[in-house]
Design a protein around this ligand. Structure first.
Ligand code: TYM
Length: 372
């Protein structure tokens, strides 16, 4: 496999398999078919955090374990203002990027969230089962709303839509980065509430979060924070679309510390440790191998940055080429999304029919009304 090396493959295997086996044996889940679902916002492009923390894991799962349903969640993106023409372009770019990273439409389902309205329909049902107090406590809402004078309602109920995304597909597993943990907990909570009120309908979805540092790739300019799309400084992240020169520039400017030796200590040396994580994941070298190599060549952190930049640039160049190749065939991208829509709609409508029947928000021919 061209991405990652043995260490990475072994790790993901271990994380995935151990969690799946453990969780799948829980009582509530025995009757549910294993289904894996995840989502990504089309805005802001794909950065190394998305790639290492989520996408690589999706490709790995798809190729070695099970098919996966992936949604490009445009309705989540519009919880903050977007320009329509740019949003459309970003959706195309995101689809091209996921394909270029190895998501295979013959194995997995890739669709645009807004084309499957069952997501928003279930969102409404679920929003009636939770409280404003519960949503107000979620950290991502707090963080994003802090900077706003007027807070859009969509931003507030964003996690309920995320729960609906997961539950409408009856997903049993959700591979994500660490920042999504609380949202998945809300989905678990809503599944339990619904099941208690209306009878078992949803599996309790489990987050698959790598227990190594890949689940939280750090901001290059401030390594105490995660790498993020919403960070204003573009030098804080490496985009998959960045040129080799831009990558070199960003890695050279990555904040480290005053110790020149290259060694891993995530707590006390988050900057250089983050670069080592990125380097290790993209080359398959272990931390020990990186440490030994840097020390035998007497590399200080400044020179080590050049090694990291080269590894990142070498890894991303073929992906960037593939992205451009897909982008030159927009009809192909639309066709993939249309196929995905058809498949996702089938699953989602089935769930929604069941929900509507249980909640009483549908009439079927077997209903007998007695007017007294
Ligand atoms: P989004 O678009 O912000 O991120 C997509 C995926 O990338 C992971 N990620 C990271 N992993 C490691 N280090 C980082 N610095 C880093 N930054 C981002 C995220 O954890 C995520 O897995 N709310 C979601 C999208 C969503 C979703 C869903 C996910 C909507 N519905 C249902 C799963 C299931 C989001 O904004 O992801």
């Amino acid at each position: 496999m061209s991405i990652g090396g043995y260490r990475l493959l072994k790790n993901i295997n271990k994380i995935f398999i151990s969690q799946t086996i453990r969780k799948a044996s829980t009582k509530a889940e025995v009757n549910f078919q294993k289904r894996i679902f995840s989502g990504i916002q089309p805005t802001g492009g794909v950065h190394l955090g998305n790639y290492l923390g989520a996408i690589l894991n999706w490709v790995k799962i798809q190729n070695e374990h099970s098919n996966i349903t992936l949604s490009i969640v445009d309705l989540h993106s519009i919880t903050l203002p977007q320009e329509s023409e740019i949003l459309k372009k970003r959706i195309l770019e995101m689809t091209a990027t996921l394909l270029a990273c190895g998501i295979d439409p013959d194995k997995s389902t890739l669709f645009l969230q807004s084309t499957v309205p069952q997501h928003t329909q279930l969102c409404w049902q679920l929003s009636c089962l939770t409280t404003m107090a519960r949503l107000a406590h979620l950290p991502q809402y707090k963080e994003k709303s802090e900077k706003l004078k007027d807070i859009p309602l969509g931003l507030f109920i964003y996690p309920v839509l995320q729960a609906a995304d997961i539950l409408v597909h009856k997903a049993t597993h959700v591979p994500v980065g660490e920042d999504q943990a609380q949202q998945i907990q809300l989905a678990q909570h809503l599944a339990k509430i619904f099941n208690t009120k209306y009878g078992t309908t949803f599996p309790i979805p489990h987050a698959i979060i790598a227990d190594d540092t890949s689940s939280r790739i750090r901001n290059l300019r401030n390594p105490t924070k995660k790498m993020s799309k919403s960070e204003p400084d573009p030098k804080s992240r490496i985009q998959l679309s960045d040129t080799s020169d831009a990558i070199l520039e960003k890695v050279k400017k990555a904040v480290t510390d005053f110790t020149s030796e290259v060694y891993y200590d995530a707590e006390n040396r988050p900057g250089v440790s983050n670069l080592m994580v990125i380097h290790s994941m993209l080359t398959g070298l272990s931390m020990e191998e990186i440490y030994q190599d840097a020390n035998s060549k007497k590399l200080d952190t400044g020179k080590y940055k050049l090694v990291v930049a080269e590894a990142v640039a070498n890894h991303l160049a073929p992906i960037r080429e593939k992205i451009n190749n897909y982008l030159s065939r927009p009809q192909y991208i639309y066709d993939i999304l249309e196929e995905g829509r058809i498949h996702a709609t089938e699953v989602a409508q089935k769930t929604l029919d069941e929900v509507n029947l249980k909640v009483g928000t549908i009439l079927n021919t077997e209903n007998n009304f007695v007017v007294s």
